[in-house]
Design a binder for this molecule. Structure first.
Ligand SMILES: Cc1cc2nc3c(=O)[nH]c(=O)nc-3n(C[C@H](O)[C@H](O)[C@H](O)COP(=O)(O)OP(=O)(O)OC[C@H]3O[C@@H](n4cnc5c(N)ncnc54)[C@H](O)[C@@H]3O)c2cc1C
Length: 287
């Protein structure tokens, strides 16, 4: 039986799952918990409600409908997408090979406001270890973050670079870090460099020379995940065609992560479109 993995349990991911599951494709939703709806007090511009409904209530109702149809919903943080024998989703605990993947991870997190960070993007500041580790082989690098995603990025870099220091920027560590990775909990003042990254300076003025800085705060955002497998992005959105397909065969995206109107109705439509197109793609592959 064909299977798909949907990353995200918001309106886009859940809407997609209703189509794939009912088409006889084993459907798993991986989610890190509530998305944008969980922050929404009251919705009164979505079809079908005589009275306003709260975001969490709508989100839970959507999930309950998917589960009733037999969709598997697992709470796991996704840290990467790769290609092994098939497209494969990597979480902090498991690997999920799939005949197709739909990214429905909502809008990307904003980059932290650290002096020098934006200016040095593509000059040593990176959002993807698997993409850019090679450029820093044998060099000292920094990873900015404090959780499982930062650990995943650090482990990706470790075999290639000379040393990895995890800078938590004043936050408490939320992952068990092996001794092979140095940890620095000081607040960061600036990423130093003009033509390329040269160092990280902390607020108490200490300077740590590094060749690259990898940003991995919080959990992997939509464009972080897309880039890991080479899907094209533009700013904070994933680039898709009119069928919600990315440039990677079998990888689709829907909802806030594709940009444009950041609304439930658009997320629901794109979830449905991505699912119906992915169903056609899988059937074609299997015929
Ligand atoms: C305060 C607020 C008020 C709003 N009010 C309205 C309104 O009145 N009307 C309206 O139409 N829209 C409103 N919106 C917008 C609406 O909530 C979004 O457009 C919609 O939720 C987008 O759906 P989505 O499925 O694309 O993403 P989201 O609902 O954000 O879901 C993203 C999912 O991806 C998961 N995820 C992300 N990264 C990972 C990872 N690394 N691993 C595992 N899971 C991951 C999250 O856990 C979540 O389940 C509001 C948004 C906000 C923030």
């Amino acid at each position: 039986m064909a299977n798909i993995v949907i990353i995200g349990s918001g309106p886009a991911g859940v809407s997609a799952s209703l189509y794939t599951q009912r088409a006889g494709i084993e459907t798993t939703i991986l989610s890190n918990g509530g998305g944008a709806l969980s922050k929404t007090e009251k919705i009164e511009n979505y079809y079908g409600f005589a009275q306003p409904i709260s975001g969490p209530e709508l989100e839970q109702a959507g999930l309950a409908g998917a589960k009733r149809l037999g969709v598997t919903v697992l709470e796991e943080e996704v840290v990467g997408i790769t290609f092994e024998e098939k497209l494969t989703v990597l979480t902090t605990a498991n690997k999920y090979p799939a005949d197709g993947i739909i990214l429905a991870t909502g809008s990307s997190r904003k980059a932290p406001k650290i002096k020098g960070l934006t200016e040095l993007e593509h000059k040593g500041v990176s959002y993807c270890a698997v993409c850019d580790a090679f450029f820093h082989r044998g060099k000292d690098v920094a990873v900015l973050g404090n959780g499982e995603y930062a650990l995943h990025e650090a482990l990706e870099l470790l075999p290639v670079v000379h040393s990895v220091t995890l800078f938590t920027d004043g936050q408490a560590l939320q992952a068990e870090i092996p001794d092979s990775i140095k940890v620095n909990t000081q607040r960061i003042d600036e990423i130093v460099g003009t033509e390329a990254v040269e160092a990280v300076r902390t607020t108490d003025g200490e300077i740590f020379p590094v060749n690259g800085v990898f940003i991995a705060y919080g959990i992997a955002g939509s464009t972080d995940l897309a880039k890991k497998i080479g899907a094209l992005t533009e700013g904070s959105r994933i680039i898709v065609d009119e069928n919600m397909a990315t440039n990677i065969p079998g990888l689709y995206a829907a909802g806030d992560c594709t940009g444009g109107l950041l609304q439930i109705s658009k997320a629901v439509y794109e979830g449905a479109k991505a699912a119906t197109e992915l169903i056609k793609f899988i059937r074609k592959q299997q015929s």
